[in-house]
Design a protein around this ligand. Structure first.
Ligand SMILES: *Cc1c(COP(=O)(O)O)cnc(C)c1O
Length: 366
């Protein structure tokens, strides 16, 4: 049996007439950049999240960077980010000229360890970027409390958590602003790069909308120098076509995660954990194995694709060697990075496939 890590082709074949129609319309109407389809998707996604403003942009990395800039974060400032994430979370801090400050992960949920955040706050700290990693909500009550005590901005990195819920609140509506990626493999994915910012703050919304489109006030009128980070019409139309299926896909992911957890309950593996009152949307189903290379190879021999998210904790990447961090400063993230293993996860997975993965995984760890 072949079990891919994700199967975007299968999702496409299930939706093909609708997607093809959407693409055709954009081309027919030559609504290629921003324009009607981008506005429509923004409205639909704002309604989906229950947020006042959605501002679309070119990708999820730009959205983080644009938000930091709109909040006035720049040289001389520090921004707190988790040690385990995709590099965009820390990269955006450096690209606006600020200093990145890493905080270790929690052992159970892999999200930022909020008990260690406050010790990293200095007079220069301007923002915290919690990541709802793998689709699991970060501890937002604690983060918002720390932020309010120290007057910090909070940008939620929701790239892996479309539709996740924290204590009754939709992820992306809790911080001052939030960032979404629609990279093809994300829970809601375009057919190219795409991103969006969400906020209830009118001032931030106005700023990022201008900044993402050359500082534009009106045609040939530029209030500031901005940049080009716009959503293209094809991606917007594809996202609008897919959005109505997101809840159904999320339910399927949660069902698959439960199936995995049931099959693996007595395996002795460390399984994903969902905090109380939260909805984890399982962008990834991550377990920990000791002999990872061997396990991955055995699974591969049996047609099962797996991933690692992420093999090197951010502070230990060569890109951050200038900070001279050591593994002992991030005992949890550094300990986990050699064990993390992401199992196949996408809405169209079958129970037979999950059972097959679990059978071979249990064999491989024996
Ligand atoms: C995918 C991702 C991003 C960046 O999104 P792009 O659209 O690829 O730029 C940012 N943060 C996290 C946690 C991600 O997984």
């Amino acid at each position: 049996m072949h079990v891919p890590f994700v199967d975007l082709k299968l999702q496409y074949s299930n939706l093909q007439p609708r997607i093809d129609q959407a693409i055709h319309s954009v081309i027919q109407e030559t609504a290629f950049i921003s324009g009607k389809y981008a506005r429509q998707f923004e409205e639909e996604f704002a309604e989906y999240l229950g947020v006042k403003h959605i501002i679309s942009c070119a990708n999820g990395t730009d959205s983080l960077e644009l938000l930091l800039k709109a909040m006035g974060v720049g040289p001389g400032d520090e921004v707190i980010v988790p040690a385990n994430s995709w590099i965009s979370t820390s990269e955006c801090v450096t690209t606006v000229g600020a200093q990145v400050v890493f905080v270790d992960s929690k052992p159970d949920t892999y999200t930022i360890d909020t008990s260690m955040v406050e010790s990293k706050v200095t007079s220069r700290t301007k923002a915290i970027i919690p990541v709802h990693l793998y689709g699991c909500p970060a501890d937002m009550d604690e983060i918002m409390a720390i932020a309010s005590r120290h007057k910090l901005w909070v940008i939620e990195d929701c790239a892996q958590a479309h539709g996740a819920i924290y204590k009754g609140k939709t992820i992306g509506t809790i911080g001052h602003a939030s960032s979404f990626s629609f990279y093809p493999g994300k829970n809601l994915g375009a057919y190219g790069d795409a991103g969006a910012m969400a906020t209830n703050d009118d001032d931030i919304a106005t700023k990022v909308r201008m900044m993402a489109n050359h500082g534009r006030l009106g045609k040939h009128d530029h209030g500031i120098e901005g940049r080009n980070s716009r959503l293209d019409g094809l991606q917007a139309a594809i996202l609008s076509t897919k959005l109505p299926y997101l809840n159904e896909w999320t339910k399927a992911r949660i069902r698959h995660a439960e199936t995995y957890s049931n099959f693996l309950a007595s395996s002795g593996l460390k399984l994903p954990f969902t905090p109380a009152h939260c909805k984890h949307v399982y962008h990834l189903y991550v377990v920990q194995v000791d002999n990872r290379e061997q396990v991955q190879a055995l699974l591969k021999e049996n047609g099962i694709e797996t991933g690692i998210h992420y093999p090197i904790a951010l502070p230990l990447l060569q890109a951050y060697s200038y900070l001279n961090h050591t593994t002992s400063e991030f005992p949890v993230a550094a300990g986990q990075m050699n064990k993390l293993l992401s199992l196949p996860m996408f809405a169209e997975l079958t129970t037979a496939q999950i059972e097959y993965v679990c059978t071979h995984l249990v064999k491989a760890i024996a």
